[in-house]
Design a protein around this ligand. Structure first.
Ligand code: ADP
Ligand code: MG
Length: 377
């Protein structure tokens, strides 16, 4: 009998016509919503009508949900389960054999754990990390504490909960300020790089007011940046080919930061940024150190099935883990430049292969049986 796979997702709403970002074409020097380049989907523009202009940045577009559904449909029967208020009742009624989870949730540091926690409550197995790992990874400060405890290299940091905390930070400048529990570039802008205390206090103030959560203030890492797609569990966990950031592709004058502007506004279908080099053009000893750091972080946080891990080198060239993304972005269109699918393609896996492989990794962990063998039979 076909395996019944629930697909849990959050669908990104389109911005109303009046809610697109500001219209100025000025260089990246302000925190006003930058104007989207031509070709930016309406769902990706910053929303001046919301309390946070990038509130829905982590949610998925219809094309992504459709693409995941199509890939999973080659393995079993797929049941769509939108992770809205009706999700618990929908899941209880459908009772799939397992849930393939790409739902990011909306509010609070535990938002990514909501869907898996509901699955656990109802006794439905699910793919990807558990609520604890998801919440730890989303809280970048907590994730760094766990990493430090396990000897995973990560930059020194403090959490600023007030303007006074920012005034009293004793780490040397330059520093980097970002919301403690956001993702997808939310709250990370060219203004996150602070060269002096006045910049830092202003940016912390702005982030506290906008995101209503502590601000992570950490040592600025000026070196090369990589993102590492990890798949598998236990001894089988492995890295796909490394993706390196090519900061020289950012607009002239922009600092080397892969924040909201670079992720969503400067990189468009009509004018792709080409910021990723995959496989990364680095020597093997650095590549080994980057992979080792990523796998150590994956294990320290008990991630499952898949995760994308950001690593950036400090001034001495040592890789430091910046953050973990246990619900990685997976835009299906190769022109969209999504890292995980790109790394998979460099490993010879197309989009369907990637989703099928990860679903199989999850199902083998859950049931001890292979989904791919079942589908081929
Ligand atoms: N300490 C840091 N030093 C240098 N750059 C950083 C630092 N922290 C973040 N960045 C830059 O900001 C980007 C986004 O930060 P990250 O923590 O990965 O947030 P997100 O969850 O939005 O991806 C990184 O990819 C990197 O380019
Ligand atoms: Mg990141």
């Amino acid at each position: 009998m076909a395996v019944r796979i629930g697909l849990a997702y959050n669908l990104k709403p389109e911005a109303p016509a009046t809610a697109a970002g500001a219209t100025s074409d000025s260089p990246p020097s302000s925190d006003d919503p930058p104007s989207p380049a031509p070709g930016v989907s309406a769902a990706r523009t910053l929303r001046s009508d919301l309390e946070q202009p990038d509130l829905y940045a982590e949610w998925d577009e219809p094309a992504t949900i459709d693409a995941v559904e199509r890939a999973l449909a080659t393995l079993g029967e797929v049941i769509r389960l939108e992770a809205d208020a009706q999700f618990p009742a929908r899941l209880a009624a459908a009772r799939p054999d397992f849930v393939f989870n790409i739902a990011e949730g909306l509010y609070g540091p535990n938002r990514e754990g909501h869907v898996p926690a509901i699955c656990e409550f109802l006794g439905v197995p699910y793919h990807a990390s558990d609520p604890l790992a998801l919440a730890l990874a989303l809280h970048k400060g907590r994730a760094k504490e766990i990493m430090a405890q396990h000897g995973v290299p990560t930059a020194p940091f403090v959490l600023a909960r007030s303007r006074d905390d920012a005034r009293n930070v004793s780490l040397p400048f330059p520093l980097f300020a970002k919301p403690a529990f956001e993702g997808s570039g939310k709250g990370v802008s060219v203004r996150s790089l602070c060269h002096n205390r006045a910049d830092l206090v202003a940016q912390v103030d702005h982030l506290l007011a906008t995101y209503r959560q502590p601000v992570l203030v950490e040592t600025w890492l000026p070196g090369q940046e990589f993102t590492v797609a990890v798949i598998g569990n236990g001894d089988e966990a492995r890295c796909l080919p490394l993706v390196a950031m090519r900061f020289d592709t950012l607009p002239a004058g922009a600092p080397p930061i892969y924040g909201y502007e670079a992720k969503w506004l400067w990189d468009t279908l009509s004018n792709p940024l080409d910021i990723y080099a995959c496989p990364a053009p680095v020597d093997e000893s650095l590549a080994d150190a980057v992979r080792a750091a990523a796998l150590a972080a994956y294990r320290a946080l008990d991630c499952r099935d898949w995760c994308r891990i950001d690593v950036r080198c400090d001034g001495a060239g040592n890789p430091m883990v910046v953050e973990l993304n246990p619900l990685p972005g997976i835009l299906p269109d190769p022109r969209d430049n999504s890292c995980f699918p790109k790394a998979a393609r460099a490993a010879g896996m197309d989009y369907d292969d990637l989703i099928r492989t990860v679903a199989d990794i999850a199902w083998r962990r859950i049931s001890g049986r292979s989904l791919l063998a079942g589908a081929a039979a």
